[in-house]
Design a protein around this ligand. Structure first.
Ligand SMILES: [Zn+2]
Length: 411
């Protein structure tokens, strides 16, 4: 018997399984037909720490394999995200009176999709982004960007170079970092004494309640509750000061934190989310049991939909070659004989095959050539946008389908 892995925050042995999705390819590794033979799969086993209750995936993939240079994700491809970023920038500039004398630092700044909004309003910015090709795209837009992984060492280096942040943003990155203790520790080093950091992350509360197992993939090391994140902040010398519940990614938290020594007071909204988690028993191991059974039921529901479609001779295609779609398709064991193609706006993915399921990725302009009877919306969090931009589907009687938490054909 192999030794149990230990919690990457508190080092307790991980005796409890949250869900075991089996061997999966990397969800963002789109490949060409020539690369099929060399495609690798890695275990995707998620456990919950019996002590601090951090839900975490086993270390099964070398980090270099995940953050490779041709990392294909560019935030700016989804309209909804660009709009979300603009609203965030506008609101937080007002809230903290940011101006030409301030500094906004974003961690995992991608192609500058967020920082461009601060820059356009005259607020100095600095991006920190580990993928060199993505950082180049940001610099081309005039966003100064450091190519590095963030943590205590890189934060100390930036601080020594004279950078001190009024606002730091780490939106949809906290779940992606292997060493969450070191990563969060970096913020305390780079913030001004009264500086504020906002973290956005999918809320584990919704993942569990809505069986969003497709948001589990190797690139996500942690699945986060407010309960556990508050422990992690405390260990870094930070404190939570406010929280908002957002609809993004099927339900996220935007958590505001500052140095423990700052004068920021705590908002009433923190207690509301703390209570909600307590009522769902997320403050004890029992709250995390039973998830695995619901995931298996979701797969059974999708396979039954596919069997019916095949019996009726219907053509099934998918929309959105996002990471979450790949977890879903691979866990369900779907191939190109079940789902003919997947449409995606990302030029970098078009012409390639989805990892594991090897479904060809086509430009959305080909929708009318393929004329599917059913179009599965894989990024269900963008369902409204996908239905709007692909409304042509309905002109030949095609229907939109969502697979989470159970498969259903949309009206
Ligand atoms: Zn732990």
């Amino acid at each position: 018997m192999t030794e149990l892995p230990t919690c990457r925050f508190c080092a307790t042995p991980l005796t409890e399984t949250f869900v075991d999705l089996g061997a999966m390819p990397l969800a963002n590794s789109f490949i060409t037909a020539n690369e099929i033979a060399g495609e690798r799969r890695y275990p995707l086993h998620v456990r919950v720490c019996p002590s601090c209750l951090l839900v975490q995936a086993d270390h099964s993939v070398p980090p270099d394999a995940i953050f490779s240079a041709d990392y294909a994700y560019f935030s700016s491809y989804a309209d909804t995200w660009v709009e979300h970023a603009r609203q965030y920038a506008d609101a937080i500039i007002e809230r903290y009176t940011l101006g030409p004398g301030s500094l906004v630092v974003e961690i995992a700044s991608n192609d500058g999709y967020l920082l461009q909004h601060f820059k356009n309003r005259g607020v100095p910015v600095l991006g920190v982004e580990p993928a060199a090709n993505v950082a180049d795209a940001a610099r081309a837009k005039g966003i100064p960007t450091e190519v590095t992984f963030f943590g205590r060492a890189s934060a100390a280096r930036l601080a020594a170079a004279g950078h001190r942040a009024d606002l730091m943003a780490a939106n949809n990155v906290l779940a992606h970092v292997p060493d969450i203790r070191d990563f969060v520790g970096g913020f305390a080093l780079l913030l001004k004494p009264e500086g504020v950091v906002t973290f956005e992350f999918p809320h584990l509360f919704n993942l569990i309640r809505q069986t969003q197992f497709d948001t589990i993939y190797h690139e996500h090391y942690s699945y986060l509750s407010l309960f556990t994140v508050e422990h992690i902040l405390e260990a870094a010398g930070l404190k939570a000061i406010d929280v908002e519940e957002l609809p993004t990614h099927g339900g996220s938290l935007r958590l505001y934190a500052a140095k423990r020594t700052s004068t920021h007071a705590e908002s009433a909204r923190l207690d509301e989310v703390r209570n909600k988690e307590r009522e769902a028993h997320l403050d004890r191991p029992e709250g995390y049991r039973g998830f695995s059974d619901r995931v298996q039921a979701a797969r059974a529901s999708f396979l039954s939909f596919l069997a019916n479609a095949r019996r009726q001779g219907k053509r099934v295609a998918a929309y959105g070659a996002a990471a979450k779609g790949n977890t879903f398709l691979n866990y369900c064991g779907v191939t190109a004989s079940d789902v003919a193609c997947v449409f995606d706006r990302s030029v970098a993915k078009q012409g390639k095959l989805s990892p594991g399921s090897h479904i060809p990725v086509l430009a959305p302009q080909k929708l009318a050539d393929v004329k599917p009877d059913f179009l599965i919306i894989l990024p269900w969090n963008l369902a409204d946008e996908v239905q709007r931009t692909n409304a042509a589907l309905r002109t030949w009687g095609g229907r939109f389908v969502i697979g989470i938490p159970q498969t259903r054909v949309l009206p």
